[in-house]
Design a protein around this ligand. Structure first.
Ligand code: IMP
Length: 180
């Protein structure tokens, strides 16, 4: 088993590139089935989702589609509704589009909760979520439960395949779990 030491923490390989490929294909198959005859807009959430999205998009079959990228901050403002702050704003019109948000991981679901509300407010016909990883035990927003999941994980910190540790190690070809 491969291991990585990063910033004083020890990580062990959890999902190999081959296992990730199986997960990505399974997600792509579901999306390909569900979006036959539609022209979805994939909204890819930077930075983490770029690796998963690149693989996922190339595994889709028979789906005419577009991709666009956004980046949002973890600052949510002081209002009770919370204010979504775009660092890279949405370039595409989502009005009357079938939107699929692509994430690396859904944790508390706050990001997805906010993004879904934003897409709906801007007239999206439908909004679904595809994520490589999902931490169901951590979910705090019911509407953020992802529609397409590569792999579920309990409350453990993971890196690689787009997931970072303070900006680094996104480029690892496998997903590694921290070991205490
Ligand atoms: P949420 O808004 O709480 O669902 O958080 C989602 C974001 O938290 C992801 O896009 C990641 O940037 C980050 N995150 C959550 N868990 C992990 C992890 O285990 N490793 C790396 N990043 C994580």
């Amino acid at each position: 088993m491969r291991t990585i030491d990063e910033q004083g923490y020890h990580f062990e390989e959890w999902l190999t590139p081959a296992q990730i490929h199986v997960d990505v294909q399974q997600v792509a198959k579901q999306i390909s089935t569900d979006y036959q005859g539609k022209e979805p807009l994939f909204v890819i959430v930077l930075n983490g989702a770029f690796v998963f999205a690149a693989d996922l998009m190339r595994c889709l079959e028979g789906v005419r589609c577009e991709q666009t990228f956004i980046r949002v901050s973890s600052y949510w403002g002081m209002s009770s509704t919370g204010q979504l702050e775009f660092i890279v704003p949405l370039q595409q019109v989502v009005d009357q589009r079938d939107v699929v948000i692509v994430e690396d991981i859904v944790d508390t679901g706050l990001t997805i909760h906010q993004l879904k509300a934003y897409m709906r407010a801007h007239g999206a016909s439908s909004v679904r979520v595809a994520t490589m990883l999902f931490k169901p035990n951590k979910l705090e927003y019911d509407d953020a439960k992802p529609d397409y999941v590569g792999h579920e994980i309990s409350d453990e910190f993971v890196i690689g395949y787009g997931l970072d540790f303070d900006g680094f190690v996104r480029n690892l070809d496998a997903i590694y779990k921290v070991k205490e």
